[in-house]
Design a protein around this ligand. Structure first.
Ligand SMILES: [Zn+2]
Ligand SMILES: [Zn+2]
Ligand SMILES: [Zn+2]
Length: 503
């Protein structure tokens, strides 16, 4: 079984469970969060939060053409229907067309890949800019576009009408409330008697009638009620196709058979037709070049504090391409699992799991591992009933293994770029990194790397399931600007499939 995120069942891996209430998406509200590899996570340096793309909001900064790299603001992009004003795509293979001059001095579009030329559809001009203008005109003259513009105009008018009525109703509601106020407050009653004059007192029925009116009006204006219902698509069974049983089936079969006589090499594919939707061409000769669709540059903000987490440069040519790019990879220690021997994973068998951690920041990172946080068995001496009651609350993520290692804390040394290039060149700051590690847990350390060894044991009833366990880790570190961060990550380890054999 292949999971949607590309992992096979039981494939050894380390993932990060993002905050359970990170908002939006499918996982929200289910209380289990979502699993991501570190590469897909972000870090908000304003509120020290590790979050996934679901914890961020996205906004479009600018539009640009992927071919000529011209960028434009959204108003201009809208004017050009989100397509480049200069670049055209080949209607056959969708590569960018170049303008070529023929011997007789005429310019035409040609594709360098499939050799298509706009001469085939009589799209030629004296000069390159005239050619572009002619292609534009061809697009503008399309009857479908004219019809669509009419439709858009009609709906725009209807929408304006709805807005106007809503405003009127809001104004009426405000007036009826001011009429209602005098009855409730002494001060208002004076004002009411002045302005209200002979108007009849406000009653609840008025409001109810008004809301009812509004509902019916909105219903009659809705687009949905005006569309035709009951559009049926003709279908035919294979049996009817071969030997039509009634008149209707015979006519459909006839139509389908007539397709046999059409040469297939001149028919436009579905992709080619949708790219050239203005023409609704069925054959290749009816296709015209379309302008290159624009791409967008987007920035991402943290949902919690609304500060930027990712902010690209407006110009697609500028280097570096980002003004700000806080990916978790540059802040959170990277975890590399030493793949365990699959034969070792068995019910009732205690096994050790080793993984390396790399600190990417240029300061010490303190990591506090709450190793036993999600163990199913709270303590040895507990009653069987209590254990059953505790099992769901202490293990909300359905892990199938208990961590026998006690909670521990350690410091990972700072990252130094030169360290990787010249081993031993940089003298390690031995005072900064404590060396009183428990050698059974932190088995090795060097520079910004540590090797951690945990002892884990599968649950008794977990044979055949994925071997998983999770550890919440509190991290403290300083970023490049020496700002201190205290953040929380939740590591999820998958080791393999638990075998039923016990020793
Ligand atoms: Zn362009
Ligand atoms: Zn082409
Ligand atoms: Zn934030």
């Amino acid at each position: 079984m292949i999971y949607s995120d590309g992992y096979a069942e039981g494939e050894p891996r380390v993932e990060f469970r993002t905050d359970v209430d990170d908002g939006g998406g499918q996982g929200a509200g289910t209380g289990t969060g979502r699993l991501f590899p570190l590469e897909e996570l972000y870090f908000c340096d304003a509120c020290s939060l590790v979050c996934s793309r679901y914890g961020l909001t996205e906004e479009i900064d600018s539009y640009y053409c992927p071919h000529c790299l011209e960028n434009m603001p959204s108003s201009e992009a809208m004017l050009y229907l989100n397509r480049c004003s200069k670049c055209f795509e080949c209607p056959i293979c969708f590569n960018t067309l170049t303008i070529t001059a023929a011997h007789d001095g005429k310019c035409f579009f040609s594709c360098q890949f499939c050799r298509w030329s706009s001469g085939e559809i009589q799209l030629e001009a004296e000069k390159p800019d005239m050619l572009v203008a002619a292609a534009f005109q061809k697009e503008r003259d399309s009857p479908h576009r004219t019809e669509m513009n009419k439709l858009v105009e009609t709906f725009r008018k209807a929408s304006q009408e709805i807005t106007r009525e809503r405003e009127l109703q809001a104004r009426m509601r405000r007036r009826s409330i001011t009429l209602f106020l005098p009855a409730t407050s002494g001060e208002g009653s004076k004002r009411g008697s002045k302005s209200g004059g002979g108007a009849h007192p406000w009653v609840v029925e008025d409001l109810e009638n008004m809301l009812k009116d509004k509902k019916t009006k909105l219903k009659t204006m809705s687009i949905r009620t005006t569309t035709k219902k009951g559009v049926r698509i003709e279908s035919i069974s294979l049996k009817d196709l071969i030997a039509p049983s009634d008149e209707k089936a015979r006519s459909i079969a006839e139509q389908l058979k007539s397709l046999d006589e059409t040469p297939t090499d001149t028919i436009a594919s579905l992709d080619q037709r949708t790219r050239c939707i203005n023409e609704e061409a069925h054959t290749l000769s009816g296709l015209i070049p379309s302008r290159k669709p624009l791409l967008t540059k987007r920035s991402r903000r943290c949902r919690q504090c609304t500060r930027y987490v990712v902010k690209p440069q407006i110009n697609p040519c500028s280097t570096p391409p980002f003004q700000k790019q806080n990916i978790a990879w540059l802040y959170v220690p990277r975890v590399l699992l030493v793949h365990p021997n699959p034969n070792e994973i068995g019910v009732g068998r205690v096994m050790s799991v080793s993984f390396a951690m790399y600190n990417p920041v240029e300061s010490n990172t303190t990591a506090r591992f709450a190793a036993d946080a999600y163990n199913r068995n709270i303590s040895e001496g507990e009653e069987e009933e209590d254990r059953d009651n505790n099992s769901s609350s202490s293990n909300p993520f359905g892990y199938t293994m208990d961590v026998l290692t006690e909670p521990f804390e350690t410091v990972i040394g700072p990252h130094n770029e030169l360290q990787d290039v010249h081993e031993g060149l940089i003298e390690e700051d031995s005072a900064a990194v404590p060396t009183d590690d428990n050698p059974e847990i932190i088995t090795e350390r060097k520079g910004n790397k540590i090797m951690v060894c945990l002892r884990v044991k599968p649950h008794d009833d977990s044979a055949g399931k994925e071997a998983t366990f999770g550890i919440p880790v509190e991290l403290s570190f300083k970023d490049r600007t020496m700002k201190e961060h205290n953040t929380h990550i939740h590591l999820v380890f998958t080791l393999g499939i638990i075998s039923g054999a016990s020793e």
